[in-house]
Design a protein around this ligand. Structure first.
Ligand SMILES: NC(=O)c1ccc[n+]([C@@H]2O[C@H](COP(=O)([O-])OP(=O)(O)OC[C@H]3O[C@@H](n4cnc5c(N)ncnc54)[C@H](O)[C@@H]3O)[C@@H](O)[C@H]2O)c1
Ligand SMILES: [Zn+2]
Length: 691
């Protein structure tokens, strides 16, 4: 079950499914029946995805009126007459990531019981943003045109399509099947859409949100002469009812449809493999901007019709087709609330809660607003329409505020901590507002403990957020991290609490005991002193070896001792901010108490970095781009162990650059300077070779 569903009770799930069914039906009506959507496609798609995820986790809760079952919207209210489709009109399943496409192909192969190397061909073409239309030909003559409607019953638009030049009234050639229903997309080109909206606005007519809505609104007219005045186009992408099918593959039949006089996509192609699909997806993605019409993805179809037959349908889409959509990197949504989170150092971080929206192929519900200044810069307030961006692996950002009415008051950033109520202020020259409550602030206490046991710090297995919160609640961690090593005194009490058995309790205590002699640098990092990250902690410990010596230096430096100041400043990577932060830390009585208490429980052995002889000993290494198998900190620690120095930027002193995907300017610089560049795998080999 996806993590965000793990906390959903069955009753809540049922409730949410009900609300989603209502909301989705509402937006389907606005979109399909009124051609006037109220929310963006990305917001709508997020609702659909949420619904699908809950249904997958609770299959027995799927409703009779589940939105995952239906297509479009029922058209009983339409002024046009109704047409019952002989063969249902479907939707398409969709995917955003290449892996999802690979999974789909694997599923198809499994379903057909094809050997891994058995040939499996596809067609691939762009997914045009229009509305589906069914065109029924009897003995080669157009007798009926219909919209998709709810898939079963559509609207009769026979009179309307007479004015669309791309649609032949009579099929070209001869020997046509008795019945053949061509299906495809009625659409409006981008330029025509812009011109139409300009003309509409001139005489106060209805404006359309996008070319798709414009095409739908233009076709679905009671008065066909209105349709005639609109520049509509059509291309074919399939068929429905047919007394005879002219071919054995999707490709062959589409060629025949083309010979009968229909335009097809110029990007329609046969493709032999998954790699071919993904290639075509990329090239269509590149062509997208320059196309005269809007597309939102690429449609793949299994080519062989006997395979299509066997694969059949699920719910509302064929198993043999897939829409591989282009993830929108930017999307519009509503900022519903601004919550304030309190971090380990007391920093108040504003988090935007969003109406869920699909951005970059994932559903985004939260977005960091960074700090008070950023909120002011964006001028955002709860209720505003905003633009969210998420490109690649970058965390989502708010890039624009669309609600610009100056009348509404600006968001008031809190001047008190929402958790402990202490004053919250920004120090001079700082953008961050911090809670002044120190350790009386439960939020800070919690975050500090969480940081202390985290992977980069003491790495205590089994002591997660939930347990920390529980133990804090019980008052067992009131003295700070030292208390962790005294948790065993509560053994009897803990066993028998909800979720704790003798075994899990003893496992936890064993994990804690295993850290009685922790790595000094990790311990130092775990204390969460400002500016002392994992690398800085190691740099410091490499020089001082023992924590008490470090403290002595830091205290002396703060008292103005120049020798101590110089000693600290002479360490590579240690600047005035670190020296000041260390001094401040040890100046606080409270911190001294926590420190002494902790060191009465644990005894880190003297810190020595044993360096291994390696291919990079004595060299300077720079890591850049995204590392896939380890964190940046871990990579730097490895470099140190191998006797190399890791630096943050590329210069003439750099010997080696390790670059992951997305490496940018550093890579360019390395090339300019002629510095050797290797990838993460090659780095791993160097590490392995050193033993
Ligand atoms: N904003 C809103 O309020 C709102 C409400 C409802 C639906 N929508 C949007 O409508 C879409 C969902 O509609 P849908 O169920 O029709 O799914 P869909 O449009 O994603 O895919 C199915 C349709 O794609 C069309 N298509 C285009 N090119 C094709 C090709 N080459 N081969 C085959 N089919 C092709 C067909 O007409 C088919 O019916 C989503 O994008 C959704 O965001 C938005
Ligand atoms: Zn606080």
């Amino acid at each position: 079950m996806p993590a965000d569903l793990a906390n959903l009770s069955e009753a809540e799930a049922a409730n949410e499914l009900m609300r989603l069914a209502k909301a989705i039906a509402h937006h389907n009506r606005l979109y399909h029946a009124k051609d006037a959507p109220e929310i963006t496609d990305q917001e709508f798609d997020a609702l659909v995805r949420r619904n699908a995820a809950i249904e997958a986790a609770y299959p027995h809760l799927v409703r009779a009126d589940s939105p995952s079952k239906g297509v479009g919207f029922e058209i009983s209210a339409s002024p046009l007459s109704k047409v019952t489709h002989e063969v249902r009109m479907m939707s398409l399943d969709n995917a955003f990531a290449a892996e999802e496409v690979e999974e789909w192909v694997a599923r198809v192969r499994r379903f057909l019981a094809l050997a891994e190397d058995a040939p499996l061909g596809f067609t691939a073409e762009d997914k045009i943003d229009g509305l589906s239309c069914s065109l029924r030909y009897e003995h080669g003559k157009l007798v009926q045109a219909a919209t998709r409607g709810d898939g079963q019953v559509g609207e009769n638009v026979t009179a309307n399509v007479q004015h669309i030049a791309d649609i032949p009234q009579q099929l070209h050639g001869s020997g046509h099947p008795d019945v053949f229903e061509v299906r495809g997309e009625v659409y409006m080109e981008k330029q025509a859409f812009t011109a139409l909206n300009a003309a509409q606005s001139e005489h106060g007519g209805k404006l359309f949100a996008n070319p798709r809505n414009a095409a739908a609104g233009s076709l679905r007219q009671k008065d066909a002469s209105v349709t005639a005045a609109r520049p509509l186009r059509f291309w074919a992408h399939g068929w429905g009812a047919a007394s005879a099918v002219p071919g054995d593959t999707q490709f062959e039949v589409m060629q025949q449809i083309s010979h009968w006089g229909f335009p097809l996509s110029r990007l329609f192609q046969r493709v032999e493999s998954v790699a071919g699909l993904l290639d075509h997806y990329r090239s269509i993605g590149e062509a997208r901007e320059g196309l005269p019409y809007e597309i939102d993805g690429v449609v793949y179809k299994v080519d062989r019709l006997d395979y299509q037959q066997r694969l059949g349908f699920v719910a509302k889409a064929p198993r043999w087709a897939l829409a591989h959509k282009f993830p929108a990197e930017r999307a519009e949504t509503t900022l519903e609330a601004i919550d304030i989170q309190v971090g380990r150092t007391g920093k108040l971080t504003p988090v935007g809660r969003l109406a869920p929206v699909l951005v970059g192929g994932v559903t985004v519900t939260n977005v960091t607003l960074h700090n008070r200044d950023e909120i002011a810069r964006l001028g955002v307030r709860p209720g505003d329409r905003i633009v969210v961006q998420r490109a690649g692996d970058v965390i989502p950002q708010v890039v624009d505020n669309l609600t610009r009415d100056a009348d509404r008051p600006a968001f008031e950033f809190p001047d008190h901590c929402p958790v402990c109520g202490s004053e919250a202020v920004a120090e001079e020259g700082e953008v961050d507002v911090r809670c002044q409550g120190g350790l009386i602030c439960h939020a800070q206490q919690f975050e500090r403990l969480r940081h202390f046991v985290s992977r980069g710090a003491l790495d205590i297995e089994g002591l997660g957020e939930k347990s920390i919160a529980e133990f804090m609640e019980l008052g067992w961690l009131a003295n700070g991290p030292g208390d962790i090593f005294r948790l065993h005194t509560h053994r009897d009490e803990l066993i028998g609490r909800d979720g704790w058995q003798e075994k899990s309790v003893d496992n936890l205590f064993a994990a804690i005991e295993a850290k009685r002699s922790p790595d000094a640098a990790r311990l130092l990092f775990g204390l969460g002193i400002r500016h002392v990250g994992a690398v800085t902690a190691r740099d410091l410990m490499k020089r001082f070896h023992e924590l008490p010596l470090l403290r002595e230096m830091a205290e002396q430096a703060r008292d103005g001792d120049e020798t101590a100041q110089n000693e600290l400043a002479s360490i590579d990577g240690i600047g005035p901010a670190v020296i000041e932060a260390l001094g401040d830390f040890f100046h606080e009585d409270h911190n001294k108490k926590v420190w002494d208490d902790l060191l009465s429980e644990v005894s880190p052995p003297p810190y020595v970095v044993e360096t291994q002889a390696s291919a990079v000993s004595g060299k300077t290494v720079v890591f850049t781009g995204k590392l896939e198998t380890m964190s940046r900190d871990e990579a730097k620690a490895q470099a140190e162990r191998l006797g190399a120095k890791s630096a943050g930027s590329v210069s003439a002193k750099t010997d080696l650059v390790v670059a992951g995907p997305g490496a940018g300017s550093k890579l360019k610089k390395a090339a300019e300077l002629g510095i050797e560049v290797i990838d993460e795998a090659a780095w791993a080999e160097i590490v392995a070779a050193a033993g």
